[in-house]
Every structure is written in structure tokens, then in C-alpha cells.
Design a protein around this ligand. Structure first.
Ligand code: E4P
Length: 213
């Protein structure tokens, strides 16, 4: 399973790239709004630094506006992926962008049927939001299982990005199900790495070495 970082923060992307474990970045309007500054410049920087797909979301809600924004954003860099919420307006846009060779990420996916529509439209990626489903009392991972099964049944090649991840256990579960990608906040990346036994083990090796005969 590939790991993407879910952030618009430059320091976090730089740190994760240094670790060598992320192969893409996902942003959304809320994440971008938190950072300020010139976000187009920053996502272009991410494209060069990460060397993989960087999802940037359109803000228009009508098909013509989405298409125009998508084409402008795609000109920034070949690694730009256009993120569009799954709506009646966006499906045709996703299809059109595929024909133009522009990659898309169908986002705000909350049902298997939405994921089928995204795949039929030709989305490069689909982003089911597990955390937000858990927030309303559903089991987000059940949705990931359903989409994985459906995509396997019909050979859809849209890649599943497990999104809205809130804790490290969800990363393990996404991998066990066979999701293609988990997009994770920087905090979850740190939580994946840390283990008290690793820290204790290092401290003990250091102490034993310092007391060697
Ligand atoms: C993914 O593409 C989204 O940007 C993100 O995972 C949403 O996460 P949230 O539900 O924690 O805001």
C-alpha cells in the first residue's frame, strides 16, 4: 500500500519526504485555508519535491467552472491531480479530463455506489472518507471493503485512497483490506513510527554498550 500525506503544510511534506515513505500528497480547501500564502506556488513545490501525485481540489460546483479550473491547475505541473467531489456535475468532467489525459481524484466518497460512479466516469483515484463516516456512527472500513470487492469483481483500475484517517490502526486496517493508498495526516505518520518498546530498546542497548567490559 502506498502512503500519501494529507496536508498543505510545507514543513510536514519536507519532513515526510526526508523519511522516504510518502509517494504523494492530498490537499483540500480546508487544509489549504489553514496555511495561507500562495497555495499554487506551494503545490507546485510539492510536485517537484515529492515527485508523485499532488491532489488539488476545484472550488467550482458547476461543470463548466470545474473544467476551467481543472485545466488551469493541470498546467502547473504534470504531477497535479484534480480533486472533485462526486456530484452530478463532476462525473462528466471526470470523463472529459480523462480523455484529455488529466488525472482526477473523486473525493467526498461516502458510499459504494458513489465509488462505482467514479470508476465508471474514469477517475484515476477515489477517496472514501472513513473518519467522517465513523463520526456519524458508521463503520468507515466496511465501505473500504465494499469498494475493494466491487473494484476487484469488475477490474476497475481506479485506485482507492483511504481518506479522513484519524489514527494509526486505520492505516493497518486499510492495508489488510488491500486499499491501494492511505492518505494520512502528519500526526498519524508519527504515530505509525513510534513504539515505546523501540525507545526502551534503544536506551537499553546504549546503556549496555556504555557499560561494556
Ligand atoms: C482527503 O483527501 C481529505 O483531504 C481528508 O482526508 C479529509 O480528512 P478529515 O475528514 O479529517 O478532514
Amino acid at each position: 500500500m502506498k502512503l500519501f500525506l494529507d496536508t498543505a503544510n510545507q514543513a510536514e511534506v519536507e519532513e515526510a519526504v526526508k523519511m522516504g515513505v510518502i509517494s504523494g500528497v492530498t490537499t483540500n480547501p480546508s487544509l489549504v485555508a489553514k496555511e495561507g500564502g500562495d497555495y499554487l506556488e506551494r503545490v507546485t513545490y510539492f510536485c517537484n519535491l515529492v515527485g508523485g501525485p499532488i491532489s488539488v481540489e476545484v472550488l467550482s460546483t458547476d461543470a463548466a467552472g470545474m473544467l476551467q479550473e481543472a485545466r488551469e491547475l493541470a498546467k502547473l505541473h504534470e504531477n497535479i491531480v484534480i480533486k472533485l467531489p462526486i456530484t452530478a456535475e463532476s462525473l462528466g468532467v471526470i470523463k472529459q479530463l480523462r480523455e484529455e489525459g488529466i488525472k482526477t481524484n473523486a473525493t467526498l466518497c461516502f458510499s459504494a455506489n458513489q465509488a462505482i460512479l467514479a470508476a465508471r466516469a474514469g477517475a484515476t483515484y477515489v477517496s472514501p472518507f472513513v473518519g467522517r463516516l465513523n463520526d456519524i456512527g458508521q463503520d468507515g472500513m466496511v465501505l473500504i471493503e465494499e469498494i475493494r470487492t466491487i473494484y476487484r469483481n469488475f477490474g476497475y483500475n481506479t485506485e482507492i485512497i483511504v481518506a479522513s484517517i484519524r489514527n494509526p490502526r486505520q492505516v493497518t486496517e486499510a492495508a489488510l483490506i488491500g486499499a491501494d493508498i492511505a492518505t494520512i495526516p502528519f500526526k498519524v505518520l508519527q504515530q505509525m513510527l513510534n513504539h515505546p518498546q523501540t525507545d526502551l530498546g534503544i536506551a537499553k542497548f546504549e546503556a549496555d554498550w556504555a557499560n561494556r567490559k
